[in-house]
Design a protein around this ligand. Structure first.
Ligand code: SF4
Ligand code: SF4
Length: 336
């Protein structure tokens, strides 16, 4: 049975909250995963432009300091998004991270400039950077999610550590296509695709479904946003995909998880609009098991999650993740 630690911000601590955080990370064994002088990946979500619900950078800054004091060399990391926004390409993503206060540490985008760099781990297109790290810190904002009921550590690993092609595979049952009404026939995608899956068909540019690998890189290079895909995967498929990808992302790694159960919004940090929170702040949870930590967060705000999308069974991702060997659902909780 895994242990999940809780820094309970519903109660009063008579000291600086970051000092409580230091003791909390220490108690949860956070620095035991650090390997001296080797790079420590801190995986996070910096929030889409306009979103303010993401994890407070002051906590992440303190975590980076603690890793440094323990002898590790921390850097921040995330991957490019599938949808067109401010995190669609690595350079734009890094600029946004700095705007959102994540400017205290180097940031490396894990799947490369266009999101097409990955390693195959058990059939999952995991962002290539994660093929090079032996340990990492997974910092997640736990909140509601349209497709999965909630998004926490498993979502941050499964979707968040995959290259663009992995995200495409989880969200869509089909390959990308070209919207003729937007395509100017500039041929940028044609020259980019190393799989020769983009062909000229008379006056049209077309993607050959048979040869397309679904890497989704062409979506990043098109200057017109003319390469699209269908969001046609259903909740169960997405949750299963997230669980499978999460298990691949952490394979052979030591990982310390922090889930921030604060600013509990109904949707993920990719949303830029303001929405009423679905539950009051609880605090921060820590564990070395991604399934247990998400299970514990879900149990703490179960009613809010279940009422948000009654049609979605949010526990599927937990069941699937346990089945794929990412962790276990049983846990004990210890409060600081
Ligand atoms: S890059 Fe975009 S606009 Fe250019 S040919 Fe390809 S789909 Fe058309
Ligand atoms: S056409 Fe397919 S294989 Fe080629 S870049 Fe686009 S997604 Fe990748």
């Amino acid at each position: 049975m895994a242990t999940v630690y809780l820094m309970d911000l519903r109660k009063k601590y008579n000291e600086d909250v970051l000092k409580v955080f230091d003791r909390f990370v220490d108690m949860a064994g956070g620095m035991k995963v650090v390997q001296k002088k080797s790079p420590a990946a801190v995986k996070l979500h910096v929030g889409e432009s306009g979103n303010v619900n993401y994890v407070n950078p002051r906590y992440v800054n303190r975590l980076v300091d603690l890793i440094g004091e323990a002898g590790g060399r921390a850097f921040l990391t995330d991957t490019t998004t599938l949808y067109a926004g401010r995190r669609f390409r690595a350079d734009l993503h890094i600029a946004l991270a700095r705007e959102h206060g994540f400017d205290f540490s180097p940031m490396i985008i894990a799947d490369g400039l266009y999101g097409d760099e990955y390693v195959d781990i058990d059939g999952a297109k995991v962002a290539s950077l994660f093929g090079h790290v032996d340990y990492m810190f997974c910092v997640s904002h736990f909140k509601g999610h349209l497709n999965c009921g909630f998004g926490g550590a498993l979502k941050n690993l499964g979707m968040g550590c995959s290259a663009k092609g992995g995200k495409l595979e989880m969200h869509s049952k089909s390959k990308p296509y070209i919207d003729d009404s937007r395509c100017t026939q500039c041929l940028t995608c044609f020259e980019y695709c190393i799989h020769n899956a983009i062909v000229k068909n008379g006056e049209r540019i077309k993607i050959e479904k048979r040869t397309c690998t679904g890497c989704a890189g062409c979506m990043s290079v098109c200057p017109e946003g003319a390469i699209k895909f269908s969001w046609d995967a259903v909740s169960s498929d997405i949750q299963r995909g997230i669980a499978r990808y999460a298990a691949s992302a952490v394979k052979n790694k030591k990982v310390f998880y922090l889930n921030f159960l604060m600013n509990i919004s109904p949707n993920c940090d990719c949303f830029h609009t303001n929405e009423p929170m679905i539950a009051s702040d609880v605090g921060v949870l820590a564990s070395q098991d991604p399934v247990s930590i998400d299970q514990a967060c879900y149990d703490l705000i179960k009613d809010a999650i279940d009422n948000l999308h009654p049609e979605v069974d949010a526990t599927e991702q937990l069941h699937f993740a346990e089945r794929f060997g990412a962790g276990e659902r049983k846990y004990e909780i210890k409060s600081i």
